[in-house]
Every structure is written in structure tokens, then in C-alpha cells.
Design a protein around this ligand. Sequence first.
Ligand code: GCV
Length: 651
Amino acid sequence: MITKTRDLCWLNKKVHQPDISGYHIKDKKDSIVLKTIERELPLLFEGAEPSDEPGSSLVLSLAGDDGNDGYEIRKTETGYEITASTETGLLYGVFSLHRILITKGTLPFKSRPDQSIRMINHWDNFDGSIERGYAGESIYYDSNNFRGDMEIVRSYARLLASTGINAISINNVNVHKKETFFIKGENLKEIRKIADLFGEYGIRTFLAINFAAPIVVGGLDTADPLLPEVAAWWEKVAADIYKEIPQFGGFIVKADSEGEPGPFTYNRSHEDGANMLARAIKPSGGIIIWRCFVYNCGQDWRDRTLDRAMAAYDIFMEHDGKFEDNVILQIKNGPIDFQIREPNSPLFGALKKTNQILEFQITQEYTGHQVDICYLVPMWKETLDFDTRYGKDAYIRNEIKKNSPDPKLSGIAAVGSVGMDTNWTGNKLAQANLYGYGRLVWDNSLSSEAIAGEWVNLTFDLPREEAAKIMEILTTSRDVYEDYTCPLAVGFMCKPTIHYGVDIDGYEYDRWGTYHYADRNGVGRERSVANGTGYTRQYSDDRFREYEDLSTCPDELLLFFHHVPYTHILRSGKTVIQHIYDTHFAGVEKVEQYEEVWESLEPLLDEECYRNVRERLKKQKENAINWRDQINTYFYRKSGIPDAHGRVIYD
Ligand code: GCV
């Protein structure tokens, strides 16, 4: 059997001599992370060797005590010096110096993380499958066993640490039977190995737990959070976990959502559920990350008063300020579910006294399955830069910290995108999302263009002009994906269950609460107070006014907030129907251009990488054509209005 070497991604280039030869660690202590640094240095800097000389070409100093994982890099007479107040800060500094030297960045350079918790959530199952995974099987599990390949976990940990990630959860939030037992016995020994390894890179490990574990694992006949025997059971579980894994991070919980058990079963609130677990884990120093992705997935499409978008706010706002101090609420960026275009969740800026984490999705569930190219950093950036109070500088990136009683217990998490594929992410270009996520959550001020530029520079050896072509593909790809799949934020016209490919009415008469309501006159969900579900009122006054009023509602969110006639005129001067036709034709044309550009790069790229993207672009084109033709035909049939440019629409 030929074992293929795994892609080193953005760490594949070494800095060549004479930049760094000897390195010296000042006041060296016996520490796990310092050992990691020593291990990393020769991997990143050719010929880097330890030296006792304080005047070595690279000096690492632990200084200051602000406890922050920031670092400073400066040029010295003999080479470079990295200073940080924590060992993890030094590790970040080492990766940063590598990046700066490869990309020819400038020094001195000082950086502090903008967010405290910078997390990745894996949706990996014990049988090796990954819920919404598009890059092969799980790197942790195989056929209901721990895979035990620590080299893969190590390679992954270095990729993550190099971008600043410091927390990870390693199993699916939909916790099936076998994974429910992860919290006990022999499983903990295996989890400890994973946690130890991540710990070497400054990453804390968390587990997703099943709220019904007291029944499934503990043999109790209830999981009622207000019963003392249930609380006592969790306390013991938590204490046992920490005996085995002292550096354990805590639990992540999906409760009362999409079939997962939760406190509602016992007529208890999410406050009751989260606080019980928080008290159980507090003595061990753990935290509870409680997801706000709670909604009724058994809706009746006939009932227009129900609005799934309102659920998280309706359920969680009344508990603001009432959670234990080691509870963090995790809130998806949008009110529905990781669509290519959604407004931001109204909980941001509204929850004022609750620790909070913003949740993104790196794995491309609704955004092309890592077949279609879709660089997601621009979308994440828009969320971070969104002013929840319009003109009042209440940006989400700051609000999540400001409104968390303990800002150290706030931050950003995202659903991971890697699997056993040797290039980690299926589509080579999807690596840019993993890299970009880490970089952006560390430094919220980076632009999506700058991040794309870094990734391309670190990954490929290309002349400037050719590198720019890949950057152009990346930075336009989100708009292109939106163009052929999701006019004006209508969302969910995809194939049910798999969420790839077009199926305009796939969810229209189903129970999931995601409807476009297209009829012969118009399309969109009316969510205004005046004429619809009243969802707009969940926003701050300024945003409420903006979204409520058709004349101020941003066009790109129009169909999320309003049902409008096909002849409604957008700010571009086009009608809604013409916009639908134009974007769908344009989307396909753009994918065709991507193909041409990629083909022109063939002589400059290694064959595997070239073919990897080439094959996926072919599928992307087929996908885009299908979307274009079905959407255009569908809306032509509904509206009876022809394309102003007379292009082919199948009637
Ligand atoms: C893990 C969406 C996905 C589910 C996922 C869920 C969640 O609904 O389709 O696969 O479940 O989000 O975030 O919990």
C-alpha cells in the first residue's frame, strides 16, 4: 500500500539559511509548550539549532506577565527576537516569524489576539464518518475505535496553532449512543492522548455531551436538571474526567435541537440545564458551552405565523444575566443556519450579561461541499464588522467581548472542515478557509484580501501575477456562489438533507421552517412587524427601522425580510426578476472564467494540486449550470416575465 504524504499546507515552506541558524531560549523552563517550540523551530527554519549563546540569530524571551498570548518580534543586531508573556505566545510568535519571513512582511511586529477563545468544533462520529464532512473520514475515529494516529493529530495541531487556534471539541454535537460514553472509562484514556497532544500546541480539548447521558450511561431514569441525583451524577462524571485529563476544557451542548434531548423534556429551561452542568464542572475549572441553535424542526408550512428565525432570541433573551459564570452561549452567525447570505443573529448586541461565542461554519455544508470554490472569509468579516446599532460603533467583534461578564470566556468557534484526505480539506483551495478562519479570529482587523494573499504566498511558488489570479478566484468566489444559488438572501433552495445542488421547492412544504413562498406575484419571507412575523423587532431600534422598511432594507437581504413582487425595483435599478436572471447567468460565466484561469496555471502548479482543483471546477460548473437553469426556469414559469436580454431560459 502506498501511503501518501499529508499536505503541510501553509507550513510547507522552510525559511532558508542564513536567516535563522541558532536559537536561544532565555530562562528556559521545563515546559510542554517550550518543548513544542524546540520541535517546531527546525521544521520551520532550515538548520535552526539550539544554542547557549544569548546572541544567537533567534532569541526567545518570556517577559512581562499580562497573561495574554500576544507576542512581539523585532530585528536585532544578530537576527531576531521574539518576546511574549506566555509560552503559547512564544509559540505563536515562532509561527508568525515564519509567516513574516516567507511572505516578506515587515518588522517589528506586535500582535495580541482580538478574541480569547478561538475554537474549532468537529462534528466527527465514532464510526469515522463526519456530519457535514467533505474531506474523507475522521482524523480521530475509525469504525467505532479511536484511530490512534497521533502523527495526523500532531500535524493538525501545528496547522491550528500556527493560525492561533486555542480550543477544540472533538466529537459531533449530535451525540450518538457510543459517543455518549466518551465521558467514562477507557474512552477517557484515548481522549487524554488527543488532549495531551493538542495541549502541546496550547489547544484545550472539549467534548460534546449528550444531555440524556445520566439515563444512557448512568442508568438513572431521568436527566431532569433540577433533580439532585442528576446533578450529583454529573459532578462525579466531571471529577473523573479531570482526574484523567487535568487540562480538559469542558463540555459543549446541543440541547432540545433537531432531536437531541434537553431540559425542555422535563419542562425545565435552558438556564436550568446549562447551570446544572456548569455547577457540576466548576470545581474542576471547566466551562459549559451551550449552543443557542434551538428551534422547532417540526413546523407546519401552512402556518405562516411561526418563524424559525425568531427562536434563539425568543428562548435565550429572558435568561440574559442568569447563567453561571462558567457558562458560555454559542450563537450561530445567522438566525437560521449557515446560509451563504443571512442577516446576523439579533442576539449579538442584545444579550448584555452573558458570556458568548459566535459560531461560524468552515465546513462548506451549504456553501459548496468543498467541491465548489467558496472562500468564506469575506462573509465572516462582514459579520465581525456588523454594527448592531447602525452608526453607533457596536460591532459584533467587540460586542461579544463587551457583553460577556468575563471577556476571557468569550470568542469565536467554527465547525471544522478537515478529514483524512491527504490535503485535509478535499478541495485544495478550501485550505484557505481553515487558514483564514484562524487568522481572522486572531486579528479581526485583517482584510479578507490580505488573508488570501498570505495563504497563496505561503502555499504556492508563483510569480506575483499568477498568485494574484488565485487570489482573485478566492476573493470573488463567495459572491459567485451566492449569484448562482441564493438570490437576495432567499436561502434554502438546495437539495434537502444533503444541502448540495438545486431543489427550489425541496424544503417548501416540509417541516424545517425554511420557506421562500414564491407565488405568481412575488417571492420572499415577510418578517416585518407591519405585515409579517415581526422578526425585525428582535433587532436594535436602528436595525429594526432599517429592516422593517422596504425602502431601507438592504437589497442583499431583501427576500429574507420581505415578500416582494417580481417587479420590485432594486437599488441597482433592476427588477427582482431581472436580478435573478442576471446573477444566475453571471455566476455560471464566472465559474467558466475560473476554469480558464486555472487551466492557464497548469505549467506552474504541481500536478496533484492542479488536478484536484481542475476536477472540482468541472463539477462546480455543472452545479452552477443546474442552479441557473432550474432557478431561471422556475421563476420564469411563476412570473411569466421574460429575460430582458432574451437569453436561454427553458420554459
Ligand atoms: C450537527 C445544521 C446541520 C446539522 C447540524 C446542525 C447543528 O442543521 O444540517 O447537520 O448538526 O446544523 O448545527 O447542530
